[in-house]
Design a protein around this ligand. Structure first.
Ligand SMILES: [Zn+2]
Length: 192
């Protein structure tokens, strides 16, 4: 059996990859009026980054299962829906996988909490003054279908938090939780 991150001998991860995993602390993003509690599993580096990459670009469902098993532990007990944050359509088509929906479905298999694909990505982005300290555009999402009482957002990587803030804005929540596979805060060259 080969490592799901680097393909060296070892299962599900080789020793070096296992050792490189680093748990990431939870954090709050948004503003005083809109707070998203982000619960990441790992720091987005080494094996954790490779697992996300292998899910996304190599369609490795096994890598997704490993991440989802850890993410499931972070879902609040009172959650009533798992809401994947969609990616830009063109990307999804070219890569052939909607990684956040895959993660949400795998978490659903473990927790019994249903997946609700409530968000559709809008066709344009805007800058949202005051919401984003780093002046990154906040993605605009459209809603489809009725919103449940305690949805939890599901994403693969969280960097500035602008994506989860955009999702919270669209859903109309001033407080919401997000479960993500990895957190790339402070790691240069990552955005989402
Ligand atoms: Zn490895």
């Amino acid at each position: 059996m080969l490592c799901l991150a680097c393909s060296a001998p070892g299962s599900p991860l080789c020793f070096a990859c296992e050792q490189s995993l680093q748990r990431a602390p939870g954090r709050i993003v948004g503003t005083r009026d809109l707070r998203v509690g982000v619960s990441p599993v790992f720091v987005h580096r080494e094996a954790a980054a490779r697992l996300v990459h292998n899910l996304k670009y190599r369609r490795s469902i096994k890598a997704g299962e490993l991440l989802a098993a850890h993410m499931a532990d972070l879902v609040p007990l009172d959650a009533d829906a798992l809401v994947p944050i969609p990616r830009v359509l063109a990307r999804r088509v070219s890569y052939g996988i909607d990684q956040t929906t895959v993660l949400a479905r795998l978490i659903s298999d473990l927790t019994g909490i249903p997946v609700r694909r409530l968000l559709r990505i809008g066709v344009w982005h805007r800058r949202s003054a005051g919401l984003d300290r780093q002046h990154r555009p906040v993605p605009v999402f459209e809603i489809r279908g009725p919103i449940s009482r305690q949805p939890v957002l599901v994403d693969d990587v969280c960097t500035t938090g602008s994506t989860v803030v955009g999702a919270a804005l669209a859903l109309g929540f001033s407080r919401i939780q997000a479960v993500v596979a990895s957190s790339a805060t402070g790691i240069p060259g990552r955005q989402s």
